[in-house]
Write a protein that binds this ligand. Structure first.
Ligand SMILES: Nc1nc2c(c(=O)[nH]1)N[C@H]1C(S)=C(S)[C@@H](COP(=O)(O)O)O[C@H]1N2
Ligand SMILES: [Mo]
Length: 541
């Protein structure tokens, strides 16, 4: 006598995985078509909020390292895709585990109470997830009660489906005394059911992916209208500078769609300009609300700015330069009637990100601004539409995007990343990078010797660059030529004409900021206050 085993943990794992994939696709379609919350991203984003800063920082660090060492393309874009993959993968993993637990419980209960246990499991997962999704409020266009019901219903359906599947599989196995023939029939029947379940899941997945692709709403990369860009219609202010970039050097002015992009969420918040108001509150005689057009009506300020992420490794690509347009906070502040005890402004982003700027900083520097355009067009959704702040000399982590409100307070407070262990001041460190060693670019110099041009960038926040030097192997440091920069706030393009010598050579670069201070040559990790160390390239000639 051979008896068929009751469906156990492994079957539960499989059923849980398939059904969780199915509801993930259903959530995906709801998100793309109707703008409902996409639950895997909500869970992931919530976890990145509550996990200790140390865990997140080492996660980011590891991710940047893997992307760079495997050459997986632009760090920011790849990292965002990886996060989204982890979010969906994590959900499927968790769903599979819960499926396994459910089947184990039912096995222990001999298949009793499944019709109650299913909905209980579904709601036990659905209620906390619904709450955290509402808390994150990433689907602000949808009334919260609709999002809540949607999430609960889908999880309820998931629980019911797991229970049904369990009962269906159990029904084939509840007789313990089977003839060999009966057991075989049942085993085949069970396998057939699992195959059918898999087929249905696959069908849902393919259909859902297609519907999501075709749908026009939902978060997508913003399209850039080339013709309307400032840079498409104007020469750069240093176009006729004598020193030219060595071919192979990164563009001096970063194309908008190639600017790196970093934020704490798997998808950027989408803000409707007609609904949006900048709320100015806190220690005010009278709180204020400004529309985007009201902010645009102040005299605009245009600044060429190099923005860098504090997580940018030496020689990394989390740095970019464009033309920012906005209004100086020195212009706005006098119209705001702050209380005399106000000392700082706390800037809140729509994604829950925040930072604090002192009034002292604003009063000392007219370049601190609220920016609403990059390269002549409104900020792209990924880059902070409708409003972001700029403070010279600080890494991106100090500069909230998607600003929703500004709160006057009477003390300093650590911002989002400072709370998670990153540096309070986050001042940009001096850094220099070799972008290219012009191997195939041998130029015969004036003295009839062959020279190889070497080029790259150097940057030191608003302190500017006074000197760049290149070292070949263990030779003396040689001064490079500096191209006139786009502004005092941008990187400087440098070039060095190397008198060619056959063999294998290592080139190293270092820079000095505007105060004459040399960049730190000591290899230093990104955390907690930005990477340091010298960049070098080795080349065979
Ligand atoms: N609201 C909000 N603002 C933010 C962030 C964020 O996660 N949320 N990230 C900051 C970080 S760490 C950086 S490096 C810059 C990146 O700006 P970018 O994506 O436009 O290049 O935005 C900053 N502002
Ligand atoms: Mo950053």
């Amino acid at each position: 006598m051979k008896s068929l085993k009751r469906p156990g943990v492994l079957t539960g794992l499989l059923v849980g995985l398939m059904l969780t994939l199915a509801i993930t696709v259903i959530f995906y379609v709801g998100w793309k078509v109707l703008g409902l919350p996409f639950v895997p991203f909500d869970i992931f984003d919530w976890m990145t909020r509550v996990l200790p800063g140390q865990v997140i920082a080492s996660g980011i660090d590891a991710m940047v390292k893997v992307i760079r060492s495997l050459n997986l393309g632009p760090t920011a874009t790849t990292a965002k895709l990886a996060e989204q993959g982890m979010a969906v993968g994590g959900m499927l993993f968790a769903g599979a585990i819960v499926g396994a637990i459910f089947f184990a419980v039912e096995r222990a209960l001999h298949g009793r109470n499944a019709s109650v246990a299913g909905p209980v499991f579904g709601l036990a997962a659905g209620i906390p997830i619904m709450l955290l999704s509402l808390h994150l409020n990433k689907a602000p266009e949808i009334p919260p009660w609709i999002s809540a019901i949607w999430i609960l219903l889908v999880f309820l359906a998931w629980g019911v489906a797991i229970a049904r599947a369990n009962q269906r599989l159990f029904a084939t196995a509840h007789i313990t005394e089977d003839s060999a023939e009966q057991a075989l029939v049942k085993r085949i029947d069970r396998r057939r059911f699992l195959v059918r379940l898999g087929g249905a899941t696959a069908l849902i997945t393919v259909t859902g992916a297609m519907v999501g692709r075709l749908s026009r709403t939902g978060a997508r990369q913003s399209a850039v209208q080339r013709e309307s860009l400032w840079s498409s219609n104007h020469p750069l202010p240093n176009a006729d500078a004598e020193v030219k970039s060595v071919p192979g050097t990164r563009p001096e002015f970063t194309p908008l769609e190639r600017h790196y992009r970093i934020d704490i969420n798997t998808t950027p918040p989408t803000i409707d300009e007609s609904q949006w108001r900048l709320k100015i509150k806190g220690l005010m005689e009278k709180p204020l609300e400004l529309t985007l057009n009201e902010i645009r009506s102040y005299e605009p300020m245009h600044q060429f700015i190099t923005l860098a992420c504090i997580s940018n490794p030496v020689g990394g690509d989390l740095i970019g330069t464009t033309r920012w347009t906005g209004v100086s906070l020195q212009k706005l502040l006098p119209t705001w009637q702050l209380r005399p005890n106000a000392t700082h402004l706390k800037i809140h982003g729509a994604d829950g990100f925040y930072e604090v700027v002192s009034l002292e900083t604003i009063k000392a520097d007219e370049r601190v601004m609220l920016a609403y355009a990059w390269d002549g067009v409104p900020l792209l959704a990924e880059h902070g539409f409708p409003l972001r702040i700029y403070v010279p000399n600080t890494y991106g982590m100090k500069l909230p995007k998607w600003i929703e409100s500004i709160e006057a307070i009477d003390h300093w407070e650590p911002g989002y990343w400072v709370t998670r262990g990153w540096d309070k001041a986050a001042q940009m460190k001096a850094t220099s990078v070799i972008d290219t060693v012009g191997v195939n670019m041998n130029i015969v110099g004036a003295d009839a010797r062959t020279v190889v041009p070497i080029g790259g960038i150097a940057h030191a926040g608003s302190r500017g660059i006074s000197k760049v030097e290149v070292q070949v192997d263990d030779g003396p440091w040689q001064e490079a030529a500096l191209r006139k920069p786009l502004s005092k706030l941008t990187w400087v393009i440098w070039r060095y004409e190397w008198p060619f010598q056959r063999g294998k050579h290592t080139f190293t670069v270092r820079c000095f900021d505007g105060t004459g201070a040399m960049q730190s040559p000591i290899p230093t990790p990104m955390e907690p206050d930005g990477a340091a160390g010298l960049h070098s390239k080795t080349q065979m000639f």
